[in-house]
Design a protein around this ligand. Structure first.
Ligand SMILES: NC(=O)c1ccc[n+]([C@@H]2O[C@H](COP(=O)([O-])OP(=O)(O)OC[C@H]3O[C@@H](n4cnc5c(N)ncnc54)[C@H](OP(=O)(O)O)[C@@H]3O)[C@@H](O)[C@H]2O)c1
Length: 243
């Protein structure tokens, strides 16, 4: 699929992993709708950088903790840049809870942001993709769904749902829309941790280094462009799943 000229929505697309995905899709010619929640200034800076280098970009803020807002985001992107045919579900929280202290509210909130909203975004997105154009969805999940975190229980349960959502919607929406995912390992340290934190984690990986956001962006772009892959979850984890 040629992504040049297509409108792509990237949730959480202003900073970190989402920001790198936005930049890569823009470099490959997509018109990017940069969704943000709190990162208004980075979103505007990235929009300006893309436009200044000849690309097409717009920004929009929606709080995705309410899944009912999914429809608004698809409509906002369409109104700014034309009908979206690429959707990247990257926004997520990373709450800390365990089986000892998990609460119903905490669990629901993680499910809303990281699973139910992506599902509703895919629904609204799919309804407006024309049959003759087709489209692509890439979900951002976590390798820890296979060997789960114990300290981020609600998060990893939501991401496990994203894995299933990827396969289920790949089947349901074929052949019009392909749905794939990237499952990330040690890519960037969490926002409240420094580089040493990630380097320590990476020391145990077969590839012995931190991935960085660009390797994710390259893989997402590949999944958008490759016309014969759907329902796939590519691990971008330096081989972490092997050890
Ligand atoms: N970093 C890693 O090594 C790693 C590892 C495994 C999986 N992942 C996955 O990769 C994706 C990106 O990771 P990251 O580390 O770049 O994420 P991050 O720094 O934690 O950023 C989270 C993103 O989600 C958005 N977001 C958070 N709450 C939101 C809300 N209520 N409504 C709308 N947007 C909201 C934020 O937007 P604003 O900044 O605008 O508020 C931000 O762009 C996530 O799905 C994460 O689970 C990352």
């Amino acid at each position: 699929m040629d992504i040049e000229g297509r409108t792509a929505i990237i949730t959480g697309g202003a900073v970190r992993v989402g920001g790198a995905i936005t930049g890569e899709l823009a470099r490959r010619g997509a018109s990017v709708f940069i969704h943000y929640n709190r990162s208004a200034a980075p979103a505007e800076a990235l929009r300006k950088e893309i436009v200044d280098t000849g690309g097409v970009a717009a920004i929009g803020s929606v709080d995705l903790s309410n899944p009912e807002c999914a429809v608004d985001l698809i409509a906002a992107a369409g109104a700014s840049l034309g009908r979206p045919t690429i959707l990247i579900n990257s926004a997520s929280g990373f709450p800390a809870d365990t089986i000892d202290d998990a609460t119903v509210d905490g669990f629901r909130s993680a499910q809303n942001l990281s699973l139910i909203t992506p599902m509703m975004l895919i629904q609204s997105f799919a309804q407006q993709v024309p049959d003759d154009l087709g489209g692509a969805v890439v979900n951002v999940t976590d390798v820890k769904t296979m060997r789960p975190y114990t300290k981020h229980l609600s998060y990893v349960l939501a991401k496990g749902g994203v894995d299933t959502l990827t396969r289920a919607t790949a089947l349901a929406l074929a052949p019009k829309i392909r749905v794939n995912a990237v499952a990330l390992g040690v890519i960037l340290p969490p926002p409240d941790e420094d580089d040493d934190y990630a380097r320590n984690l990476a020391a145990d990986l077969p590839l012995q280094r931190v991935g960085g956001a660009q390797v994710v962006a390259d893989t997402v772009a590949f999944l958008c462009e490759n016309d014969f892959i759907t329902g796939e979850i590519i691990r971008v984890d330096g081989g972490g799943h092997l050890v």
